[in-house]
Design a protein around this ligand. Structure first.
Ligand SMILES: [Zn+2]
Length: 369
């Protein structure tokens, strides 16, 4: 049977190389120790290496049932921070990798400026950073020119996080995105330390800061949105902002989990991302999201029940809205004869897709309608 291809609304392709090596944890290991390892990896890549790892990663995504990817891209420059001759060489390498495997891509170049409030970038962060927001926006403009007329490539824009840029940058990126009707993404509320730093610098939560800077809205996506208050949830709901959950990554990194039932009750739209690529399997992400919500509420009436079995479709719609994709989703062919799905009655298939299936059910990846 055919179902719409899932949208991978949040990816860092190169992080696929952290599989295994990123798991050598010690007792005081946390997200920040993992990040140091990730920086070491990010430091190794040039455009050719980025193209190669992108191709490997995107092929796995297409085979697993994803039909489009939003690449949240921040490894912009040479390791010492100097731009490449072609300032978008790394982003272009990733776009060409996605096209070579037939996966639609939305590049989300991310603004990055500092290690934290008042702290200049560390050595490992130099290649992510721009000296000012005007330089960053100029480069996004150039990338949009490069992408225009190239079928299957789109450009949005991102702010890496509220800790990586000052508020004036968030305002400038939001205004730019609004002016050009671009999808805009930001990592927020993934780790508690980020909340403490934001409170210290701005006197509010990251979601309140994003609202104040004009960043939230129907074209905006907040990636993670884990450590949020009730008023944060109300702001996300009233602004129409999408929350991108990355359940396998968030579990792997020990980030925590979204208050999925509160988001459900507030009517917040959801999308999914494979983020660190610890797993590339949209069926597993859907199941983790649903199972996490059931654990949280100690209930079996979670997201799947609330969508009348249409959780997969709602997440596809959320993902396409998150990436600003307006065309109908392409379809994938799935098989019902393998071990995951054998013996399931046709009426129960939508429920099984969200609870029992894995990427092994995909017989044929994306096919345009
Ligand atoms: Zn991320």
């Amino acid at each position: 049977m055919r179902i719409p291809a899932m949208v991978n609304a949040h990816s860092h392709a190169f992080q696929i190389e952290l599989r295994g090596v990123g798991e050598r944890a010690h007792p005081d290991d946390d997200f920040w120790a993992w990040r140091t390892e990730m920086y070491r990896l990010a430091g190794k890549h040039d455009p050719d290496a980025m193209h190669a790892v992108g191709k490997r990663c995107y092929q796995e995504m297409a085979d697993a049932g994803y039909g489009a990817v939003g690449e949240f891209h921040y490894v912009h420059h040479q390791p010492d921070g100097r731009p490449y001759g072609e300032r978008n060489a790394m982003a272009i390498a990733l776009a060409e990798a996605a096209l070579s495997v037939g996966l639609e891509i939305v590049l989300l170049p991310a603004a990055y400026h500092r290690a934290g409030p008042g702290v200049p970038p560390s050595q490992g962060q130099l290649r992510f950073c721009d000296p000012n927001v005007e330089t960053f926006i100029e480069r996004v403009d150039e990338l949009r020119v490069w992408a225009s007329g190239r079928e299957g490539v789109h450009v949005g824009v991102a702010v890496h996080s509220v800790r990586a840029v000052p508020a004036s940058w968030i305002e400038a990126v939001a205004a730019y995105a609004e002016r050009h009707e671009l999808a805009r993404h930001v990592h927020a509320c993934e780790q508690r330390r980020e909340l403490a730093e934001c409170l210290d610098e701005h006197g509010c939560t990251p979601i309140e800061l994003l609202e104040r800077c004009g960043f939230l809205g129907p074209r905006a996506s907040v990636v993670h949105g884990i450590h949020v208050s009730e008023s944060d949830i109300a702001l996300l709901a009233s602004s129409g902002t999408i929350v991108v959950a990355c359940p396998t990554t968030e579990g792997n990194l020990g980030d925590g989990y979204q208050p999925a039932l509160a988001y459900r009750d507030a009517g917040v739209r959801y999308a999914l991302g494979s983020d660190s690529q610890v797993r590339i399997d949209p069926f597993e992400e859907v199941r983790e999201l649903e199972t996490g919500a059931r654990r949280e509420g100690e209930t079996r009436y979670a997201l799947l029940a609330a969508t009348d079995g249409k959780l997969w479709e709602r997440l596809v719609e959320g993902g396409r809205a998150s990436l600003g994709l307006t065309a109908p989703a392409p379809e994938i062919e799935i098989g019902l004869e393998g071990p995951d799905m054998a013996g399931i009655a046709p009426d129960d298939v939508p429920y099984a897709l969200a609870t029992c299936a894995s990427a092994s059910v995909v017989l044929a990846p994306v096919r345009a309608r």
